[in-house]
Design a protein around this ligand. Structure first.
Ligand code: Z5A
Ligand code: MG
Length: 212
């Protein structure tokens, strides 16, 4: 008898500095994949719709204060609570395109003076590991031309520069660095090519776990 197990979906994460176009490119990629008959779904962290996500949202909007370790754990918990659903989708063949993940979690928290990178990684350990991270880069001048910082916490130039150095420390060979300083359509075509390679090779690879 033939095996009926379907191919799993790929787990693709977008990271990058502020205003690098992550959200724009995530949406375009999911649209394009679905148009081409590849089942794909968009997820975003933080997921502000859950109970934990609502706490994160009010922290980011500066309507409440939370202690630095405590908010870090909430961001991580917001990913853990998504694991059952993400596992199920990937194993049923759906490709997940995820706007920010644990790398943002570690980079933003460890940019704070009192939190070490090592401590920040710990609650992320064992989460599903993405097949590939697309790291979008734009220069600070380009980013600032894409609009001013809003009123959310972390939207400050000095802090964002520290975050960028943390991302550089987290980078490994599962990251593809993509120069995002180009027109939206040109960039999305380039990303689509990368994504197809990831989707094809993920089918023969087991899903891994982060930082174990
Ligand atoms: N955070 C954390 O601390 N811990 C965690 O674990 C996680 C996150 C997951 C909220 O994130 C904050 O939470 C964030 C990190 C922290 N803090 N900060 N900063 P968010 O994902 O909600 O952040 P965001 O509001 O979506 O902003 P963003 O990610 O910086 O933007 P983007 O998604 O990279 O860019 P965009 O929205 O697609 O585009 C920005 C603008 O540029 C927009 O006007 C576009 O029309 C324009 N754009 C896009 N592409 C182009 C090109 N190619 N050319 C010209 N203009 C463009
Ligand atoms: Mg975004």
């Amino acid at each position: 008898t033939m095996s009926t197990s379907a191919n799993r979906g790929a787990f693709i994460v977008f990271e990058g500095c502020d205003k690098s176009g992550k959200s724009t490119q995530c949406s375009l990629l999911v649209e394009r994949l679905n148009r081409d008959g590849i089942s794909a779904q968009l997820l975003k962290f933080p997921d502000r719709t859950t109970t934990i996500g609502k706490m994160i949202d009010s922290y980011l909007q500066q309507s409440c204060q939370l202690e630095d370790h405590s908010i870090h754990l909430l961001f991580a918990a917001n990913r853990w609570e998504a694991m059952p659903k993400m596992n199920e989708l990937l194993n049923s063949g759906v490709t997940l395109v995820v706007d920010r993940y644990s790398f943002s979690g570690v980079a933003f928290s460890s940019a704070k003076p009192e939190l070490s990178m090592e401590w920040c990684r710990e609650p992320e350990r064992g989460l599903l590991r993405p097949d590939r991270v697309f790291y979008l880069t734009v220069g600070a001048e380009v980013a600032s031309q894409r609009g001013d910082f809003g009123a959310e916490r972390y939207e400050k130039k000095d802090f964002q520069a520290k975050v960028a150095t943390m991302f550089d420390k987290l980078k490994d060979d599962s990251w593809t660095v993509i120069n995002a300083d180009k027109a939206v359509t040109e960039l999305s075509n380039e990303i689509f090519e990368h994504a197809m390679n990831v989707i094809n090779s993920a089918q023969t690879e087991k899903l891994g776990k982060l930082w174990l």
